[in-house]
Ligand binder design. Sequence first.
Ligand code: PAF
Length: 284
Amino acid sequence: MTRPRIFETIAGLRADVEAARRSGRRIAMVPTMGALHEGHLSLVRAAQAKADLVIVSIFVNPTQFAPNEDFDAYPRDNDSDIAKLSELGVDAVFLPTVGEMYPKGFATGVSVGGPSQGLESVTRPHFFNGVALVVTKLLLAALPDLAIFGEKDYQQLCVIRQFVRDLNIPIEIEGAPTVREDDGLAMSSRNRYLGPDDRKRAALLPAVLRETLQALDAGTPVADALDRGRSRLTDGGFEVDYLELRTADTLAPFDDATRELRLLVAAKLGATRLIDNIPWSRAS
Ligand code: PAF
């Protein structure tokens, strides 16, 4: 088990990556906000399978939290995160401070249209501009060959693909499948906010996604299948933000000719907001 090289500055990270690049090594980055669970570790393994050198960034990004959200309470445990990354043999960890990422006088934003519209943006209008800004900075700090993000945050993945393409950032973006608990709940750093009763109830969220897809496969009209899904969640104690079906790659509204779709959900159990999604391929 070797402890990864830890960098707190962009200059330090760049010098390290530059040396690896000169020696022809393929470099992958896995951006995270820490509190690492098996979902993150699966991204790291996917990166290791595709690259010679893997950098994991751990940065709880203030610009993607609204003032009423959980920035201060967001779980932070660098020692345990670094121990997990050491076990996997990760080469480098980028652990910048807020001051390193957003120094005094910082005055730039990155605003993305297209897939950022609707869904998460309805209740979290600040969120994707904050994600786009920090991911742009992280990618430009390391300039890896590829970066891997979880499909659990599917809208985020679409937004990242959009701005990377639009800004000609020369980095491949890869999505990796959601990792789930035994009862189907998607792994998330925020699951630890759930008390024991809500944790049991939370399994209804992925169950409703699966049931809705079964209803769609059986020919139930989309509006009816979604209405039934929303009612099931409300009856199960959730406050539903959305349960929507969108075009898979763009998240645009779809028509009868659209074959590849994505079913996305966000709902609250008490104070804990959970999101999830699954693909649906319409039979032709
Ligand atoms: O998905 C996350 O953990 C964060 O939104 C990301 C992509 C690391 C940006 O802060």
